[in-house]
Ligand binder design. Structure first.
Ligand SMILES: [Zn+2]
Ligand SMILES: [Zn+2]
Length: 418
């Protein structure tokens, strides 16, 4: 019996991987325009880091982490998200000493022990970004605009942006109490999870998917009515910046996010295209996290997107890479010439395929079709005698006999005449 992979841990195979590369390249390019640099952090961190940052009473820390004791008796965890590690690294390497405004992005696998379902796996991938050191809502707007810009660059009209404010340590406790008072008489209608979290994390009932919780919280007090003056002003200014640059959004006062460290602005990019309304990217401001993890008192804001979900959104688009040119050759001398030409073109940055096994022209052309090459170059015996070959533009359906020369062919393939 062959050994199979582990449930919830997927291979990303050729034909699918081009979509991933396209998403990653687009992120690198767009985030670069906003001055963000990549940071690469380890997969394994001390368990304590996640317990302290994400929060003991969250689903992630309570139930979903891949934690174990290593051979040195250290309690370690495979990262379930990226922000904690980025901030840990930011503090450890004193990046704030160079510039307290750090703009960092990361991409890579994350690990959570969840029930695998479409678009949700135990090893899943995130692309995320963090901006530290700016209290002004311009930072919130910049991060949101960059995220929307990224999705627009992918040619996606979904997902759409929803924003909320969760207040700050000054005003959130009062709201929490108000919500607890409201929920107290409705505890019997709440689901088991929400009843259990009533003391530790009552806000979660607001975004719970269970029908009972939805009904019980339908007329719950809105967090936006409880914001202190500072938080209210921050929320208004964030929206002004978004409006001024044409970044569309909706306000969703029931969005609470599952992590403890968020303050003020929180946001999700949601879509209805992947079944039930669901988030493709999400994030928020975390003005006390850096200090709580032992760093300076600097604010921060960031987001993470689920790459698997972005891939699903792109599912209808064709991302299979097409070779620039397929070379078909008839007869042994032409085959040798084709091979020489292929290597030369590849060195000139042209992607080339040919049939390595000297099959019939018909079978070579079938292979060219399969690759969907943009051009086909046919080297027949007659043409070769004249030092020529036939170049066919497969998209336009036009062909011409041209001299065999790598530079000449590379030029025609890279800059096809219209
Ligand atoms: Zn506040
Ligand atoms: Zn519930």
């Amino acid at each position: 019996m062959a050994i199979t992979g582990i449930k919830g841990f997927n291979d990303i195979l050729p034909n699918e991987v081009e979509k991933w590369q396209h998403i990653e390249n687009t992120a690198r390019r767009v985030f670069g325009l906003y001055g963000f640099s990549e940071i690469r952090i380890p997969i394994l961190e001390k368990t304590e880091l996640f317990a302290r940052s994400i929060g003991d009473a969250t689903d992630i820390v309570e139930k979903e982490m891949y934690s174990f004791t290593d051979k040195g008796d250290n309690r370690v965890t495979m990262r379930p998200e990226g922000t904690a590690g980025v901030i840990r690294s930011f503090i450890e390497h004193k990046l704030h000493a160079q510039d307290q405004v750090a703009k960092l992005y990361y991409m890579g696998p994350m690990f959570r022990y969840e029930r695998p379902q479409k678009g949700r796996y135990r090893q899943f991938h995130q692309i995320g970004a963090e901006l530290t050191g700016v209290t002004d809502p311009m930072a919130d707007a910049q991060v949101l605009t960059m995220l929307c810009h990224f999705f627009a660059e992918l040619g996606l009209t979904e997902p759409s942006l929803q924003i909320n404010s969760l207040g700050c340590p000054e005003c959130r406790p009062a709201y929490r109490q108000k919500l607890k008072d409201f929920l107290r008489s409705r505890l019997d209608s709440l689901c088991d999870d929400c009843r259990r979290r009533y003391e530790t994390n009552p806000l979660r009932a607001l975004d719970c998917k269970s029908t009972g919780c939805k009904e019980a919280t339908a007329d719950a007090p809105s967090v936006l009515d409880s914001l202190c003056a500072g938080c209210a002003e921050h929320f208004v200014k964030t929206q002004q910046y978004l409006k001024e640059t044409g970044t569309a959004y909706e306000i969703n006062p029931r969005m609470v996010r599952g992590l403890d460290y968020y303050t003020r602005t929180t946001f999700e990019l949601v879509t209805g295209l992947l079944g039930a309304q669901s988030a493709v990217a999400a994030g928020g401001r975390y003005d006390s996290l850096i200090e709580e993890l032992g760093g300076p008192a600097l604010p921060g804001i960031g987001f993470a997107m689920g790459v698997e979900r972005v891939v699903l959104l792109l599912a209808e688009q064709e991302f299979r890479k097409r070779p620039d040119i397929f070379i078909a050759a008839l007869g042994e001398p032409a085959r040798k010439e084709a091979y020489r030409l292929m290597c030369e073109l590849q060195r000139l940055d042209v992607s080339v395929e040919m049939d390595y096994e000297g099959k019939s022209l018909k079978s070579q052309m079938r292979r060219a079709d399969k690759f969907r090459s943009r051009f086909t170059l046919i080297i027949g015996e007659d043409e070769l005698g004249r030092g020529n070959a036939v170049l066919k533009n497969m998209d336009e359906g036009v062909q011409e006999e041209i001299p065999i020369g790598a530079q000449e062919i590379a030029g025609r393939v890279k800059y096809p005449a219209r």
